[in-house]
Ligand binder design. Structure first.
Ligand SMILES: [Zn+2]
Length: 319
């Protein structure tokens, strides 16, 4: 990322920062949002690097501060990543302590912290952050991200400059990772995140791999008819998918396919023939299966029986 690319790809964010640097009026808190398909981590790092750059403007890439930042030595920056689970009050408390205890270093005008996927804060964490935001310290900028604005509590939104980020297209995400992770996985991941590293890390998870393998078997079994497809779902249930994270991936993968069949989207990937045919020949069935899956997902996780959900889908297939 550099200033020219930011200007071209995210003009609203560019304008906000450009004015902030020019008029020395950087916002106390910025909230980036819109879709999971944004490269939030790249953007957040570029903003943080710019805030701590000696140039006093967008990251120059050549000053000692930029070099340190790019080397991963970031004494003026703290990052909390909610991408892997709940953000706790203790993490926010540690953030406050960090800024209370560390002094501004020579030549540094700004310090920054980021909370990626800030919708993952539990209530106590959100309240702690709110208190921190309500007592602004000059020279500290918060950078928050969330896939959707509705997922963030209004009191936090009201403390932030909100900037809608332009997401990457699914095909662009697919093209960028297909060589590294394989076509099936790249298709399943194409709506998951816009952050390349996160996609590559997810593709390495055993839960993701097994879910993807079983989902791909189900989709390809549709070529042989509805009955084999029904068996493929029962087989997926039989093979366990024991862990919640695994069946959540599986639900996501199958939902992805069903919505694509209904919208005739996602035709860039390896399942284009099945998407095209299932959507054309069985639109009502695809809609019923998608609804059933969505209803199961919205139920309390404790009551969720993976085998039960799949049995219901399998039954829909054979009518
Ligand atoms: Zn610099």
């Amino acid at each position: 990322m550099d200033a020219a690319r930011l200007k071209a790809e995210q003009p609203a964010l560019y304008r906000l920062l450009e004015r902030g640097f020019r008029e020395d009026s950087l916002p106390q808190a910025i909230l980036l949002y819109s879709s999971p398909r944004c490269a939030f981590r790249d953007l957040v790092h570029f903003i943080a690097q710019s805030l701590t750059c000696a140039s006093g403007s967008f990251a120059c890439g050549t000053c000692p501060q930029c070099h340190r930042f790019l080397d991963g030595h970031r004494p003026d920056y703290v990052e909390i990543d909610g991408g892997d689970g709940n953000i706790t009050k203790d993490q926010i408390a540690a953030l406050r302590d960090f800024f209370a205890q560390s002094a501004v270093q020579n030549g540094i005008k700004h310090r920054a912290y980021a909370i990626i996927d800030c919708q993952s804060m539990n209530d106590r964490a959100a309240n702690a952050l709110l208190k921190f935001l309500e007592e602004p310290t000059p020279g500290i900028t918060a950078i928050l991200t969330a896939p959707a604005l509705e997922s963030v509590i209004p009191t936090i939104i009201s403390r932030c400059e909100t900037i809608r980020i332009n997401p990457r297209s699914r095909q662009e995400i697919y093209d960028s990772i297909a060589d590294a992770v394989g076509q099936d996985a790249a298709y399943f991941l194409s709506d998951y995140s816009g952050d390349e590293q996160r996609l590559l890390d997810t593709a390495e998870l055993d839960d993701f791999k097994l879910a993807g393998e079983l989902a791909a078997e189900f989709i390809r079994s549709l070529d042989r008819g509805l009955e084999p497809a029904s068996f493929a779902l029962l087989e997926a249930a039989r093979r366990g998918l024991g862990k919640p994270r695994c069946y959540n991936f599986f639900y996501g993968d199958v939902s992805r396919f069903l919505s694509d069949a209904l919208a005739q989207d996602g035709l860039f990937g390896p399942f284009a023939p099945q998407i095209e045919r299932f959507g054309r020949e069985q639109p009502d069935l695809a809609a019923r299966m998608e609804l059933s899956l969505r209803e199961s997902q919205s139920k309390a996780k404790a009551n969720l029986s993976f085998a039960g959900v799949l049995a219901r889908l399998a039954k829909l297939l054979i009518g």
